[in-house]
Design a protein around this ligand. Structure first.
Ligand SMILES: [Zn+2]
Length: 287
């Protein structure tokens, strides 16, 4: 294949939906969506679904980048922890996909992919210390440091920071994690109804104020200054960002600052970033 016009595949395996697209390797343009389906809870079912979608393309794509809603092992070939996809944990995902398409496969935690896309040609372009936050079935984040042509992409467990004296058991096994308030799946369990049905502005104000605490903690520990936000909850409730930004400004100590902004690629950020994983310019990933 002509090296200047490569096409690659991006797969975004989220806690709720999986999306597969053909993407232009040099520009990040999504050329064609191949499939979108509810993420199968069973790992084997997911492999079959991906295999079916990729069959017509398997000899044309120069690689497959996978964005996944779980923590990737340090070796980058499987999932270490995925409270929303437990059957996927410790399965040889990279090898199983390579057996299906016989091409290069790269995996990363979904906010790592989202941030790579936003730093490439989105809302985080030019930022030296920044982060990407997904607010969806779960909440996930990655932080990025970019200096002198070196880009370091670090997956962090933002959802499993513990709030003092909070007693909600989290799906991860800890007690009092912020994800029990902010992750769509767990917050709905505690609210007793899907978050899509909650219109009460008071609920979303409190939600944004809890988010602000998580962001301040993250910024103080990592020194990030700009955070691009995506995920279905953030997209449906854009007011969360402005409420949280106000709460952050009121609380954060002088000398530190951090702001939340919408991701430019919105729900496509992890998909575009997944494809970008195949480029050496995406930098070093600390899974
Ligand atoms: Zn947790």
């Amino acid at each position: 294949m002509d090296n200047t016009n490569q096409i690659v595949c991006g797969i975004d395996i989220g806690g709720t939906n999986t999306r597969i697209a053909i993407i232009h390797a040099q520009t990040g343009a999504i050329l064609q969506f191949l499939d979108k389906f509810p993420t199968p809870p069973k790992y084997e079912d997911q492999l079959h679904a991906i295999s079916a979608a990729l069959q017509p393309w398997k000899w044309q794509i120069a690689g497959v980048g996978v964005s996944i809603g779980g923590q990737v092992n340090p070796t980058g070939d499987s999932l270490r922890a995925a409270p929303n996809l437990p059957d996927y944990e410790n399965k040889p995902l990279q090898q199983d996909l390579a057996n299906i398409v016989q091409t290069r496969i790269v995996l990363a935690h979904d906010p790592v992919c989202g941030g790579i896309a936003e730093m490439w040609n989105g809302a985080l372009q030019g930022a030296e210390r920044c982060a990407f936050l997904t607010i969806s079935t779960g909440i996930g984040a990655a932080v990025f440091y970019h200096q002198a042509n070196v880009q370091l992409n670090v997956s962090v467990q933002i959802g499993h920071q513990i709030l003092y004296r909070h007693t909600r058991p989290c799906l991860c096994g800890q007690t009092g994690c912020i994800e029990t308030y902010l992750g769509g799946k767990q917050a709905a369990m505690y609210a007793g109804k899907p978050l899509e049905t909650i219109q009460d502005p008071g609920y979303w104000r409190q939600y944004a104020e809890i988010l602000a605490i998580g962001i301040i903690n993250t910024a103080q520990l990592t020194r990030v200054e700009l955070i691009a936000v995506s995920g279905s909850i953030a997209l449906h409730h854009p007011e969360i960002l402005s409420i949280a930004n106000t709460a952050i400004k009121q609380q954060i100590s002088s000398g530190s600052h951090v702001a939340l902004i919408p991701a430019r690629h919105q729900e496509n950020a992890p998909l575009i970033g997944a494809a970008r994983l195949l480029s050496p310019e995406s930098g070093i990933i600390i899974h």
